[in-house]
Ligand binder design. Sequence first.
Ligand code: LAN
Length: 729
Amino acid sequence: RLSSDLTDHSAKRQRIEERTDHGRWRMRDDKGRQSWVYLEDEEAAKEWPQSFVDKYFLGLPVDAPGLPKPTNPLDAVRNGLEFFEKLQLPSGHWGCEYGGPMFLLPCIVIAWYVTKTPIPWYYATEIKNYLFARAHPEDGGWGLHIEGETSVFGTSLNYTVLRIVGVDADHPKMVKARATLHKMGGATHAPHWAKWWLAVMGVAQWDIVNPTPPELWLLPDWVPIAPWRWWIHIRQVFLPMSYLWSKRWQAEETELIRSLRQELFVEDWAKINWASHRNSINPRDNYHPKTWVLNTVNWCLVNIWNPVLRTRAIAKKGEEWAMKLIEMENENTDHADLATVSGPMNTVCLYVRDGPDSYAVRRHRERAHEFLWMKDEGLLANGTNGVQCWDTAFAIQAVMDAGLTEDPRWRSMLLKALEFLDDQQIRENVKDQDKCYRQQRKGGWAFSNKDQGYAVSDCVSEALKSVIILQKTPGFPTLIDDQRIFDAIDTLLTYQNPSGGCSSYEPPRAGTWMEVLNAAEVFGNIMVEYEYPECTTAVVTALSLFRKHWPDHRRKEIDRFIERAVKWIKTAQKPHGGWYGSWGICFTYATMFALESLASIGETYKNSEYARRGCDFLISKQREDGGWSEHYRACETGEYIEHPSGSQVVMTAWAVIALMKADYPNLEHIKSGIKLIMDRQQSNGEWLQEAIEGVFNKSCMISYPNYKFTFTLKALGMFARKYPTETVV
Ligand code: LAN
């Protein structure tokens, strides 16, 4: 019998209950900083009643009465907006769960554990509930993401989380998960990131972790593999990883850690040959097997560099520079950090260097709450500190596409949204931008909020479009003056690559050959920036709109930018006519953007071979019921794959938007898609959650719950405006 359920360092039991009172959770929106608060005190709960938004996300009954049944798409938009308006948060933005990946909660909870950060019982309880709700119904394990197959990555880490939050090893669900983990080879067969976390905990030994030497940061900038050239996410993760790897730091040993050493492995812990398992990996986790180049590099690091050449002085210099870069990241983001992996890792580094009560550690602890999301199933971790600017921009555009921006009914909602984007614009570049290798960002918008402050090409574009649209609508104030709009344009213009396409956070700083050094195993396309039809289109449409209103500002550069960008879009078309999507699933998503790019320069079905092939591709995938439905596996395999559960409302919206952009001549196809979207609308105006919508790094899916509102509304609104005399019902 596996003994311990002692989980905290003072050997007290972590308090954990069956459930919390869902009536006591509240979402706090502090100007776009979101966190979920649990009101233990009854009086406090009375004074701060639950809002519609709280109840909606918690799955509690909401007051959203049935509306008259729409007889045309525009009425369906109105009904949809009636509901969606209720989800707008006090600061003017829309938020939602941004879960999906199953390795994020472990980053936060393990960081809490090793830094001895107390976990309130209501968090512990709801983390347990979420993980139990999301365990695979057959084998009891967890995958890379909520819809994925069970993997060692998901199972070893989430099992660990459950033990940390106080679940007994004898719990039937734990027994089942453990058996599944052992069948897959146990934690010795986990991918690199899991091995790293388990080594930090002291559950595994450092020899099992492939090397991540911080001295790589000392390479001169001209060196082709220098880390500053890597994709922002991987270099921000590599920083803390390299620091703790170099220190071979391990948490204080506890009963729980001793017990996990017995639970997570197949072999007798004391006899495990750690070094021999550096490259052991379960086939299901091995989406991107390490290349022979990386294996050779690792071999040299392990056998020559580390034992023979690596002096303490070099190691120390590397560690210090890595920490300096982490400090700069903390300063630039007020300790929120880029995303949910690097943030918790940085917390541990600061704890190790500066101690438990340092300001940096305390501030990290405070900000970690902004990455958590409470819902009916329990408490989960979001992929970023929210989706604020991104979803708000799409919400505004949906109203615009329906031609309703001047309708006084939506004025206050839109004004609040505009005020939010005004407040969230990034006004300055980061301090010492070049020293910390950051991209120009002044005038831009982040995906989430300005605290995080990483401008992304398409986030800047979508927000800018929304601002221009509203500010040019009679009756709306000019909150963002011309100079600030020009700042955004100046930043956008830095995003084009020599090929003409645009990437996400920065133009690529190295070639895609860098992927040979991808050590993460579980993800593809992670090492450098790539060009994306999605991002490229967003920039093209933003520049086109800007050009209409400010025809003289940097005109030549803008014209040239657009021309080259659309040319690149054409080169990215696949032989079957579709475009591969990197941030939404999958061909349906990117084809929508690509056809919009083509339409922006007047290329549509009737005059463009590219647009025609794009439309024909989409039409060939339309289902009997008029909808579209692509499975996430398409992202992994690069082939269009049908979703077994039938048409999906979000994908159907993407496809009909694409066809409308391209002026597809056979209206029947578009109408049947529109009809499906209308039929799925509930009587109170909402749409229900269906399969997962988003993706990153080819293999990991991520939820965009607001897409079921923003894209459906956009599709219906566009139809109503484009074909005002057509009927669908
Ligand atoms: C995101 C979220 C938004 C997304 C879009 C704006 C939709 C896209 O068009 C550009 C890329 C971007 C900004 C993006 C990049 C990768 C992110 C940050 C994520 C998918 C959210 C989570 C993911 C991040 C990498 C998760 C942590 C995992 C690692 C592999 C470090």
